[in-house]
Design a protein. Structure first.
Lengths: 484, 484, 484, 484
């Protein structure tokens, strides 16, 4: 049984051309004119693009005795509804927990996933077991990325020593370190100061972590990665300061990737000054929304290639959960939704405005991260042999974003009221048509774990270069030169 | 009759995989395992890559009553010997010459071309005929790029007014303006000053056009393109100052491409201080070679994507021709060779050192420029349907570059003595095996003109954006507000 | 007869201390405790500072058959009322006019000046007479600065060739070139385009010359000055782009000064969108007002020293004169007032906010430009022997700026309605108390021309350095090395 | 009894003029023509300048059971011999030592000082006693600067938390935090790695702390200071990376000062590759010498004002002491001399080359730091009432630097063999002529402690600004807006 997508225009990160796409067994088997199959999807007026990959989500994430509201079922369903066919979640080991145990716990959550997924492993402490388990994680578990939190002091945060050790280990294993870049010491101290001064509303969250605090941590992580001789991926780059650090590194030839979120591209700090506490608290995430100048910086980064990937950091908490933080912004669970809206929002604010070409849209929503994660062209491509994770994109379809009609489990949407034009007609996950416009046909458990190999071409090239310029000992015959 | 390249690894700008490649009628007809055909090329241990595209050559260029020594025959032969399967030359209309007449003259030179070619059209003056002919050039002649010389005062140079008019015309036509960016007024003035001071040796050429002079012109061209609402391509970016201007523009989201030459990446200004006049004069080109810091900047640009394409500005003059300038560096014909050596030099100094991945090598030697020139994937790709312009690259083959063994007509080589590892085993031009290691089997007249359509995705996106942010008139009811 | 300022605190560019100041014969004769004289001025609660120097004014400037409304009488009176004790005007030779003739014409306007003044000489064309007269201007006429207009095409504008020649001449003469930095070709072309599109209101003026256009010209002038080996002074630096070019130059050790205007520091582009044509037209000046980000950039430049001087470009036209441009913004006379308001506005928005220290206030309103113009410590200082150009500054005095109460001849004020705190209690011009709070006691004709010597320490140092790094000829014995 | 310096030219940070200078009771009592006194010093052909202030020395510094070889006697003698009339040393409390106790210990070393001195207090840990004692140090002990070591892990190093607490305390007290900026974690880790690899020679010291490591720490300290609302002084800025961080901060209006050392301005990393272990080890200091590009950056910083002060970090260890580190570079005591050579070296390489004017020379060797430390114009000035710490500088006097003729106690000189032109004819410390060319007439115990008041104008201005832009709480009436 074969599915054929007919009459559309294939749009990839580097090509735009008319062709039909034939799918069998969950993979693309043919691309060309006049194909036929048992099932036909009409793509007239549409673009056939690689399904989106969201490399930054937190589904069913444990938090203060509860969990983030979207799990792998509702999360992947929301993603598919918006054209995203794969997510990468973060496995977060507890204090002294084995990485392998944690991975097992995380894996247990995925049984109802509607789309494919993978994991980044977080390094939340450092000891010999972690050092050893990293090898197993990479070589046996198919995970080639390690996340480091430079904030969340007393919880997930690691210090420079730990990060540097882990980055060096990543270099050996051919893995890619990632960082949440905010100076956790300063955030903690500022938080205490603001609370002490009675500045306890949601806007205090933003005050506690201004752009300079993110810029500093980004800059620091880059230096550590450079000294360790490993590429670096900076998650949720939200501001010019962090972007500047990334640009400055890249301009020296360093291999650093930045990931702006769709939220930071389109929403700004004024949200926190809303008189409605709930409105403001629902937007509390780290880093917080910034002003328009920072938005301009992020868009320009996507245009010029200094930023590589648009993600969401989808971590949805209900209004009720958010209200844990009434009277103390530090207790507001950090996170917003976005999985369902990332692609329509980016298309509307990026492609329709002329900031991005369609090909760049594909690159930053799918292909670039597939390459970075070393799963290209299985994912992120429209090529024979690739997984049929596809979105048939209707550039004319329109809607107004609303919590009322969303797939996510939560009771609000930070993009509420935004008019988007450009939506999926169909979303396919390994050939299965999970979405047909507003009709949801997801299959619980259809989603599979995607293994990822280490040692990308970039890792290897960087190691070669670092070996070439490594310190060389000066040979001397005695002290002084003539001998002591 | 089909040719199959077997046992190799296909390497493109974004993929590396084992596959055979089958060619019929000059195009790729199949890519996959276990292919067979009438002719088999063994690619064991080799990479099958898109043939190189050199977008910056001057073959049989008229100069002071003579011509640059390599014509379309020897030039394309040299290119093929080094893995380059397409060149783009510059059509240079004389004073008041019709663009169409000039194009005819340039076309006449190509009858013996061994590989495919195209033209950039130079705008060397401005009037209504030029304005009108630009449309014909784009719409009928298949040329979507216009070159502007900001130097060569009294000859090819255009002023800001002319450039701005031409850039605006390019925006309308969906074409891409290019610039040779040096401040021609300053170069002319400095040249006169140096000669007056007796500084007449080849090193005076370098003194007359230091990096700041190139940086200024680059910066100016970028502003003009931005105001005109059109992308810009800066040829032969040789220094940090020009690169900085490009980076600064890109960081604002401007669409600017920079093209370093293999010479500037690997040779430095010390060549001009050679005590041998001939040695120094043979390296005279514009911009001149720079110091090591500038080289580092250019390499980093290729790594980070702020520079897009590696070219040669191949414009070979014999030692005898160079000696026109004895006693007056301003009369030394500007130009060096490079067509044959670009790819082996870039591989050796770029890929083997770990500065670039193989995929990045393909991108900067072929794929990027194919996209910029809007001939992708006909050129620059290993895809079914693409022209079989391919190089089977043997990463182990080695040689020492020498004028004695080169294809170029001239009597020296600026890379003389450089050891390169990484050379073509085969080079194919539209399926014809023109090169098999050291054996040359080029066919005179095999090369064809490659037409290029205007309105790339980037042009269109930029126009959309510029329209969106265009000045809006303030509606007023009188003067003053209450009416005069 | 001696005047003593008692009970105040002397504030200079680098000192703050309690002292009385005694004045005789127009100069400071003693500074110290317990001084006495025939006249006493009480400075209790006040700061005794060097009088302001406004290095950028156009008094009685010829324009389209009329003149800018403030002449040397009303202009210097306005300056004194605001604490400014010296102005520097621009002598603008007509087409082919002798510099010396023009200077004579400008000198004729000054007979009623109430405060001291000097001139910058404009270079509005280039020929041998200009070359020769520059020497006379510097050596006999006491003028060490030459202004170059990169805009006003067809009128004052000079091209790169002319500027470069003039800059080199300045280097020889030890003079300082100045530039009005906007790309005149682009401004002219944009102006025509906007008018053709019906965009003829005052906002069109701003649209015709966006920041990139100023940044480009600034960058170009800097390169020309660097190649000529002479320092550069950029007048009315209004935007980040121009400031960035200045910073970038300075960061390479180049000697470049930037001069923001008080208007650009405190007013923004929204003024041009006012529905009242008069309101908008009264703000038409070049460069136009910019947005808040540009303001932030300018303030930071004053804080860090990358910008050196705050001026006004005072060139006041009445509303009636402004209305020449109804229906065609290009005919609106360019210029606004500011002489009277510069110091109170800068104090209020700079010192009272903590952006600047009091010492920095003195530096950027007086001392820095006195040094640049080589008239320090005669002007710009509170030192024995210095001219008694002083302002007794009352940091508590407040007023609301209004055209109704101003000294300037025009019928409006661009700062109308701004509340300022910090105003002169007394302003003294060479010892004469011209202002006592709101009482004006200026003396027509009291003002004298201030001669300025060339070859500042900075000019000399730069010349030394440029000689040290000048191109050196490579000595060769033959061609080739072995002889031809 | 009065001393008069006759026939010289006074050169200060902003003035150059002919005058005699009369001294009585250790202070300047008169400046003017034709002065007379009981003692006359002939300054014919010389410049009378403020004596140098070296704000960064370590005299008799405890180290591994021994002490740095120059104490307050030989150190101040060396300084005077080179025109430096004041030094500022660092008081380094031991683990858990009281700041006050440590200060007492340091004070005890000064009894034989030949010139005036002051102390910076180091914060080497954090607790409530430190918090409290900082107030005493500032308010009672006359010390307004606190040093923080971001390197020397396990010894002097403080972490971000401690630094941030201390910086905030400095803000309250009106004090100035200083940092030694290198990432101590990375240095420690790299050191262990290099030693493990057998890279144990002096060059390993440089390898262990490359420019990126310094740049990172500088950047981090700047962010911490910005968040704390306090200016920052970065000691021994040695490289472009650190300088870039400083420039970037200043360009945002932050109040950050950078201090290059004369060693980093004139010596480079090639010293560490010397085949003579002693030669290399004698140059071991932190940060290490860098390459020529970094030197260029530092010089440009002095020219443009992005760097403020030239110091020495004088911390002299004998060759014997240096040899503690044979076989392990980490045990080589860090430090070089420089006190005697700073001014002649800077004059020779800075003023004589045209990089700096004479006035800038005075600024960066004396006046700037006097202002930063709030001891201007007592120190750093040639003004009536100022301390007669003066140098009569003979721009024609020449010598070749050599350990054989130096005042310092150690057996070598890192500037050995450098030819300098520009040396003191006389050096006066509070009126006492301590140096007359090569004759040393220092008086042991003549030197006095110089008290320094907190709350400079810059501190106050910054506090005002930070208060103005401080976070403001959003007032809300309930949750949600309508009440819960
Ligand atoms: Zn995060
Ligand atoms: Zn996250
Ligand atoms: Zn060229
Ligand atoms: Zn060319
Ligand atoms: Zn102007
Ligand atoms: Zn003006
Ligand atoms: Zn230190
Ligand atoms: Zn130190």
């Amino acid at each position: 049984m074969a599915t054929v997508i007919k009459n559309g225009t294939v749009v990839t990160a580097d090509l735009t051309y008319k062709a039909d796409v034939k799918i069998e067994g969950g993979v693309i088997v043919e691309i060309g004119p006049n194909l036929s199959g048992t099932e036909t999807l009409d793509a007239t007026g549409c673009y056939i693009m690689p399904g989106g990959i969201d490399p930054h989500v937190h589904l069913e994430m444990p938090f203060m005795g509860t969990y983030s509201a979207d799990d792998f079922e509702s999360g992947t369903r929301a993603g598919l509804a918006g054209g995203t066919t794969m997510v990468v979640d973060f496995c977060l080991p507890g204090p002294d927990q084995s990485l392998l145990d944690a991975l097992q716990m995380w894996d247990n959550k995925t049984s109802r996933a509607n789309a494919d997924y993978s994991f980044h492993m977080a390094i939340t402490g450092w000891n010999e077991r972690v050092f050893d388990e990293m090898k197993t994680i990479v070589q046996d578990k198919g995970i080639n990325t390690f996340k480091h939190f430079m904030a969340y002091k007393g919880a997930l945060m690691v210090n420079d020593d730990e990060m540097f050790a882990s980055f060096q280990r990543c270099a050996e294993l051919g893995a890619l370190p990632m960082v949440h870049a905010e100076n956790g010491d300063v955030v903690a101290s500022m938080t205490a100061k603001l609370l002490a001064e009675g500045n306890n509303g949601p806007e205090g969250h933003a005050y506690s972590r201004p752009p300079e605090v993110e810029g500093e941590a980004t800059n620091r992580a880059i230096m550590l990665a450079d000294m360790a001789g490993v590429p670096l991926y900076v998650v949720h780059t939200s501001c010019e300061q962090a972007h500047e650090a990334i640009r400055r590194a890249r301009q020296k030839g360093m291999r650093v990737y930045g990931e702006p979120l769709i939220q930071h591209l389109t929403l700004d700090e004024s949200e926190y000054f809303n008189k409605d506490w709930d409105h403001a608290a629902r937007r509390v995430m780290s880093p917080p929304f910034r002003n328009k100048q920072h938005q301009d910086s992020l868009w320009a980064g996507l245009q010029s290639g200094s930023l590589s990937v648009v993600a969401t950091d989808h971590c949805a908490f209900t209004s009720e959960q958010k209200r844990f933080g009434v009277g103390n912004f530090a207790k507001i669970p950090n996170g917003t939704g976005g999985l369902e809206d990332r692609m329509p929002m980016l298309w509307t604010y990026g492609v329709a405005t002329g900031r991005l070409t369609m090909n760049e849209f594909v690159a930053v929503t799918s292909t670039n991260i597939a390459k970075i994660l070393n799963i290209y062209p299985k994912k992120g491509a429209v090529l024979v042999g690739a997984d049929a994770d596809l979105v048939v994109w209707d550039p004319k379809r329109s809607k107004t974003i609303s919590a009322k009609t969303q797939q996510s489990s939560i009771d609000y949407n930070v993009f509420e009221g935004k008019q988007v034009t450009g939506l999926p007609r169909y979303t396919l996950t390994r050939g299965h048509v999970a979405i047909e416009e507003t009709t949801v046909r997801t299959q619980e458990g259809h989603g599979q774990f995607v293994k990822r190999e280490p040692f990308t071409a970039v890792n290897k090239a960087l190691s070669t270069w670092k070996e070439l310029v490594a310190p060389r000992k000066v040979e001397r015959t005695g002290i002084p030169a003539t001998g002591v």
